[in-house]
Every structure is written in C-alpha cells, then in structure tokens.
Design a protein around this ligand. Structure first.
Ligand code: NCD
Length: 316
C-alpha cells in the first residue's frame, strides 16, 4: 500500500471483539478501506494477497458476510476454502471438535473466518490456532467486522461520527451487530437511543458500559419518539434463531416496520442502515429513498474486509 498510510497493527492478530478497537486504531483501518474502494473502482482489485488462502468456516447461515469475505479475498488476488452452508457435509457433522477443525484448516490457510452459534467460540478457536481468527459472529455475542463496516458507512455517508444521534431499533437483546456497534460508537461523542420492546432491550451490562462512558442514552418502545431527531436509524431483524419459544418470536417479529410514513417524519440528512437480512422491518418502498443506505453499507463490507484481510495477513 502507499507508504503514507499508517500501519494497521493487525499483522498476525485475531479479530475477535470490537474491544480491540478505539478511535486511534480505527482511523488507519478506515483510510485503508477508502483506498480499497479506489482500487476496486479503478482496477477491480490488486495482487496484494496473491497466493494467500482464507478458510471460511460458517456454522450458521450467511449470505453477505461469507460472500463479502470471499469477494474481498478474491479482489486482492487470494483464494478461499469455503466451508459454508455445507458444514453439514463436513467432518463437523461427524462430531469433530471445533479446535480440531480449526487446527486442521490452519494447515491449509493463512487465516480463518468463523461464524458459530455459541458465544465465545471465536475465542475458543483463537486459543487453538496460531493463525489469525476473524469472528464473523459468535451466537448472540459479537460481530466485530459488521460493526466496523457499519461505523465506516456512517462516517462515509455523514462525514463524521462525533455529535451524531444514532438510534438502534429492533432486537437489541440478541442482535450481535447491535452489541458490537454500540461498543464501537461509545468511542465517540454520540447520543444513543435504544428502541425495542421490553423483552428485547439491550443487555444490562452493555447499557452500563455505555452509561459509564458518559454518553447520552435513551430507551424507548417507540420509533416515533426518536425519528425526528436521529442522524442514523439502525434497524435490525428479530433474531428468530435465538428464541426457544417460537410463539414469542411470532408476536415480536412485526413490532417495527420502517415505511414511507415513518420516513416522512425523519430528517432530510439522516440515513437508514440495516445489517440485513431484513424480514419485513423495512418496507421495500423505502429502498428508493436516498436516505436508505443499507445496500451501500453492504458494498462497504467488502472494502472494509479487504482492509482487514490485508491487515491480518501482514500486508498493510
Ligand atoms: C447479521 C448477523 O448475522 O448477525 N447479518 C449479517 O452478518 N449481515 C444480522 C442478522 O442476521 O440479523
């Protein structure tokens, strides 16, 4: 990369939690992400990670996260061993332990990206592996690379992070993207509003962390309470797979629907984000609204993951 860029400090390191990041070390990641975007727009990619191999091990469904890691790797000239939806056809289904699967993949790859239903599984994998482990979601725990791309998108769309009012809407209890993004945003001087039904409120320990940082925080059940003031509306899906009582899921899933009427009450310069997939929380008629930034957010995920892969593989 160009010598003017500050080193990322990620070479050989795992990416397990957003707790690894702060304002100072996020800036060079965002700068490199912008540069990756330029490289893709200009040349389609580069050879930075030629002959490097990423293993992508997904124990939970994924479209964007797995595809964007694959696209990121391939646009940098590398390749991917995808063990994705077909995990049921792999040795995992024979009862192989996670550490054994990880140590095996380590023999082939330079880094492993892991999505797993159990909180803490990325840490468990990292303890077994000498190569970098990237957490692509550990149950209801964290999803650090999503939060990084969310934060990049906010900064890119609105030109700043300090001073913003961000509202998170939906399943704040089980939504790992919310858990990670909340902690990252707490690095900045933001106002946070948490909009959810009682049963899907943000976990108390996270709420306490945010309050301890001195941020202005508000909780409400109603989008109407915040819509006229927010810079960012971060909408999430109710996490069906975390419910033991599916009747309860059915009751909660349609709780919030962002539609044109709600958007009419929002500021002209705000944005709507969603980690996707959406299952009814945003009316597709909102898509043509220029404030709907969720598909731009998807593309930023690839640029951001290009930067992270270059970082952990020691090329940035
Ligand atoms: C999210 C996830 O898997 O946590 N999706 C994603 O990675 N973009 C959000 C979700 O599944 O609701």
């Amino acid at each position: 990369m160009t010598p003017s860029l500050a080193p990322l400090g990620l070479a050989g390191r795992d990416i397990l939690s957003v707790r690894q990041f702060d304002r100072a070390n996020l800036e060079p990641i965002f700068a490199l992400t912008e540069q990756m975007r330029e490289i893709v727009r200009r040349d389609g990619g580069s050879d930075l990670l030629a002959r490097r191999v990423l293993a992508a091990l997904f124990f939970e469904p994924s479209t964007r996260t797995s595809a964007s890691f694959i696209a990121a790797m391939e646009r940098l000239g590398g390749s991917v061993i995808p063990i994705t939806q077909g995990v049921q056809f792999s040795s995992v289904s024979k009862g192989e332990s996670l550490p054994d699967t990880i140590v095996t993949l380590e023999q082939y790859a330079d880094a492993i990206v892991l999505r797993h239903p159990v909180i803490g599984s990325a840490q468990e994998a990292a303890a077994a592996a000498a190569i970098p482990i990237i957490n692509a979601g550990d149950g209801a725990g964290e999803h650090p690379t999503q939060a990084l791309l969310d934060l990049f998108t906010i900064r890119d769309e609105l030109g700043r992070l300090d001073g913003l009012h961000v509202a998170m809407v939906g399943d704040l209890r089980f939504g790992r993207t919310v858990h990670s993004l909340t902690q990252l945003l707490a690095e900045y001087r933001v106002k946070l509003s948490f909009v959810s039904p009682e049963i899907l409120r943000l976990p108390l320990d996270l709420m306490n962390d945010v309050r301890a940082k001195g941020l202005e925080v508000q909780e409400t059940y109603s989008v109407a309470d915040v819509i006229g003031d927010v810079d960012v509306l971060y909408v999430t899906r109710v996490q069906k797979e975390r419910f033991t009582d599916l009747a309860q899921y059915e009751e909660l899933k349609g709780y919030y629907v962002i539609d044109e009427a709600i958007m009419a009450a929002a500021r002209r310069d705000m944005i709507v984000l969603h980690p996707l997939p959406r299952v009814g929380e945003i009316d597709p008629r909102v898509d043509k609204d220029p404030r709907a930034a969720y598909f731009r957010q998807v593309q930023n995920g690839m640029f951001l993951r290009m930067a992270l892969l270059a970082g952990v593989m020691g090329k940035a």
